[in-house]
Write a protein of this length. Structure first.
Length: 280
C-alpha cells in the first residue's frame, strides 16, 4: 500500500511538473537558468579559492619547516664542534653537555626532515588540486559566457516566436471560424461583395426603369407632334412637303399610328377650298 502511494505521489508530481512547464514563461525560466549557472560558477570559484588557499598554506609551512631544518642542522653541527673542542681541552662536563645538546638537535633534525618530506608531498598534491580548480573555474567561466551570449539569442528567438504565433493566430482568424459571434474575414468580404453586387445591379435596373422609358417616349412624341405641326403649316400655306419632312414624317407615321395617318391627307383639300371661295 505504501508503495502504491509513493508511485501515485511521483505520478502526481510529474503531472504537476509537466503542467507547470507548459504554463511557465520561457523568459522567466531562462533567467532562472542563467541565475543558477551564475550561482554555480560563484560556488565553484569559492571552492577553488579554498583549494588554492590550502596550497599556499602548505607552501608557507614547507618554507618555514625548511628554514627551521637548516637552522637546526647548523645548531646540531655547532653543538658537535663545541663538544669536540671541549673534549680536546679536557673539559668532560662541557663536552657531555654539548653532546647532549647536539643529540637533541639531531632528534629535532630527524623530525623536521620527516615533516619537510610530508609537506613537500602535500604541496605537490595541493598544487595539482589548485591547478585543477583553476582549470575548472576557467572552463566553467567560458561555459557561463556562452550561456550569457546564448541567452540573448534565445530571447531574440523567443520574441520572434511570439510575433510569429501572433501572426499565425491573426491569419487563422482571417481564414477560420472563430465563433458564432465573431465573423471571419472571408465572411465579411463575401457579405460586402454581395452587397456591392446587389447595389450595382439595382443601379443597372434603375437605368432600365419605366421612368427612363417614359422620358424617351415623351421626347419621341414631342418630336413627332412637331413634325406633324410643320406639315400642317406647310399644307395651309400651299407648300409642298419638304424632303426633310417627308423623310422625318414617314418614320413618325410608323411610330404614331392612326393619328399620323389621318393627318397626312389633310394638305390636299386645303387648296380646293381656297380656290372655291372667289366663285362664291
Amino acid at each position: 500500500m505504501i508503495k502504491f502511494f509513493k508511485r501515485l505521489w511521483r505520478y502526481l508530481g510529474a503531472g504537476a511538473n509537466q503542467k507547470f512547464n507548459e504554463k511557465a514563461d520561457p523568459k522567466i525560466q531562462l533567467e532562472q537558468a542563467i541565475t543558477e549557472a551564475q550561482d554555480q560558477h560563484r560556488r565553484l570559484r569559492e571552492q577553488a579559492a579554498n583549494v588554492i588557499a590550502q596550497q599556499k598554506q602548505a607552501e608557507m609551512r614547507l618554507e618555514r619547516s625548511m628554514a627551521e631544518l637548516e637552522q637546526v642542522n647548523r645548531n646540531a653541527r655547532q653543538a658537535v664542534l663545541m663538544a669536540d673542542e671541549a673534549a680536546k681541552k679536557g673539559d668532560a662536563a662541557k663536552s657531555a653537555d654539548y653532546a647532549r645538546t647536539a643529540e637533541s638537535f639531531a632528534t629535532r633534525l630527524v623530525q623536521l626532515e620527516k615533516d619537510v618530506e610530508d609537506l613537500k608531498a602535500m604541496v605537490l598534491q595541493t598544487t595539482q588540486a589548485a591547478e585543477q580548480a583553476k582549470s575548472a573555474v576557467s572552463q566553467n567561466g567560458m561555459l557561463l559566457q556562452r550561456k550569457l551570449a546564448e541567452r540573448q539569442k534565445l530571447l531574440s528567438q523567443l520574441e520572434q516566436a511570439k510575433m510569429q504565433e501572433t501572426m499565425n493566430t491573426a491569419m487563422a482568424q482571417l481564414s477560420e471560424t472563430v465563433g458564432q459571434d465573431v465573423p471571419t474575414f472571408n465572411e465579411v468580404r463575401d457579405k460586402i461583395e454581395q452587397r456591392y453586387a446587389k447595389a450595382k445591379g439595382m443601379g443597372e435596373l434603375q437605368g432600365e426603369s419605366v421612368e427612363s422609358r417614359m422620358l424617351e417616349v415623351e421626347q419621341a412624341a414631342q418630336n413627332t407632334e412637331a413634325q406633324v405641326r410643320l406639315s400642317q403649316i406647310r399644307a395651309q400655306l400651299g407648300l409642298e412637303p419638304a424632303v426633310e419632312e417627308l423623310g422625318s414624317t414617314v418614320p413618325g407615321t410608323a411610330t404614331s399610328g392612326d393619328g399620323a395617318a389621318a393627318a397626312s391627307p389633310s394638305p390636299s383639300p386645303a387648296p380646293a377650298e381656297g380656290t372655291a371661295q372667289p366663285g362664291v
